[in-house]
Design a protein around this ligand. Structure first.
Ligand code: SF4
Ligand code: SF4
Length: 429
């Protein structure tokens, strides 16, 4: 059961965002902790796959992982154990998950699953308490798969997915839920339906697909082209359209308030999209360091960009001159390849917050997902613990004041009435 302080933390987070505070007293609700900074594949849209050497190729120490979980674990709703490296290349990943799962949080791993794993490793991974295992598998044949996942072996991935399902059956447990994640480009778009129809036979519980990002100009060797299917075209709308969207202009980027991104060597990034360690905001080394890192000068400066927006200086502060990098740059590189020597704080050059407002609001999505999970738990088991958690969500979690919540209630009432009418009215044919 989640402690009361976790709900209080959500209330604090909401107040700090509303007041656009620079220095925070709340803990994050989402943590991205990367177990490794190395990988066996060479994907062309990933700094690790490209072997750019922008981060040291190290694995997280168990001690560092335990310190951060001890410090912030009670407040976390979700933990992503992946970012710029392959998490299953870390020998202790199952133990790390087990340690984190002592706290009430959802743990997710994204993996290429294209490596030899021992039976003991598979078994301990399945028994670790991991909630979701998302497998990057962008094709249903070797030819399409290896166009992006360079160095990967599709039959090994398939074999590993089947082994995970067998281990789940042997242990008689339902988790982790295995997702087949299919990124779509032009070369593999014809295989989406084939993959969707065979995902169960391959050992996945669920299938998800989305647009594949194009590698940035200096790394685009021409082998990848955007999908021709409208639903899989990569997102790159013009700025003026994005500015009209909710969350794309006046709202602070919630990664700076509700998410911690910790790399395997203890370096702290503003969010999970930062390629170069030189752009990081702080260093976390041991227990007790958290608020030094969380309220470092760079974090405060980044948060203050949104304060300036509030004061009406936004044109130069966050979305205007100070942030348009392309015209000023001779090499015309996208923002995530921008040199760390630029002395502007990374968020000043970031485009993510502009063209993907949903990404900037992701910590709020995490809060909503945790709430709905608890609602479902209450529906299946109406015990006092579940009731307590629901009350805390509604009050401290702020859902009583959320229009999404009331819209959901309204929909449920309408649905319930329709169901009731179906039962009462005699069938007339
Ligand atoms: S599998 Fe993931 S971490 Fe490895 S190179 Fe590809 S994108 Fe990067
Ligand atoms: S403003 Fe951009 S770089 Fe900064 S935390 Fe948000 S998404 Fe990341």
């Amino acid at each position: 059961m989640r402690p009361m302080k976790a709900y209080l933390n959500i209330a604090k987070l909401r107040v700090n965002v509303a007041l656009k505070r620079k220095s925070l007293s709340n803990y994050p609700v989402l943590a991205v902790i990367d177990p490794t900074l190395f990988c066996n594949l060479r994907c062309p849209n990933c700094p690790t796959g490209l072997r750019l050497g922008l981060r040291p190729p190290v694995a997280i120490s168990e001690e560092l992982f335990r310190s951060i979980i001890d410090e912030i674990g009670d407040y976390l709703l979700e933990l992503w154990l992946y970012n710029w490296g392959e998490p299953l290349l870390h020998k202790q990943t199952p133990e790390l998950i087990k340690y984190a799962k002592q706290k009430e949080m959802k743990v997710i791993i994204h993996t290429n699953l294209s490596m030899r794993l021992t039976d003991e490793y598979v078994e301990s991974l399945v028994k670790s308490g991991l909630d979701e295992l998302v497998v990057s598998l962008d094709g249903a044949t070797e030819e399409t798969y290896s166009r992006y996942r360079r160095g990967g072996d599709i039959s090994l991935v398939r074999e590993n997915m089947m082994r995970i399902q067998s281990a789940k059956r042997a242990a008689a447990i339902q988790t982790p839920t295995v997702f087949w994640k299919f990124l779509v480009w032009r070369h593999n778009e014809h295989e989406v339906e084939m993959a969707r129809s065979c995902h169960r036979a391959w050992g996945a519980d669920s299938f998800v697909c989305g647009a594949g990002f194009m590698p940035p100009a200096p790394h685009n060797d021409g082998l990848l082209e955007p999908s021709t299917l409208a639903e899989f075209v990569p997102i790159s709308p013009p700025v003026q359209d994005v500015r009209k969207r909710r969350g794309g202009h006046n709202h602070p980027c919630l990664w700076l308030y509700g998410a911690l991104t910790l790399n395997a060597n203890g370096s702290v990034s503003p969010c999970c999209g930062v390629w170069d360690e030189g752009d990081d905001f702080a260093q976390y080394s041991s227990r007790g360091d958290f608020f030094y890192a969380w309220n470092s000068d760079k974090f405060k400066k980044a948060r203050s960009l949104f304060q300036e927006e509030r004061k009406g200086n936004n044109a130069d502060a966050h979305h205007g001159k100070g942030r348009t990098i392309a015209p000023e740059r001779p090499d015309n590189l996208p923002w995530y390849l921008h040199s760390a020597n630029d002395n502007r704080v990374y968020c000043q050059r970031c485009e993510l917050h502009r063209f993907m407002p949903w990404f900037a609001a992701y910590p709020e999505t995490v809060i909503h997902q945790a709430f709905y999970q608890d609602v479902l738990r209450f529906k299946t088991n109406k015990g006092p613990k579940e009731f307590r958690s629901l009350i805390l969500w509604l009050t401290l979690g702020g859902f009583l004041f959320s229009r999404y919540f009331w819209r959901g209630v309204l929909h449920s009432i309408v649905w319930w009435k329709q169901e009731r009418r179906k039962q009462v009215l005699p069938q007339t044919w």
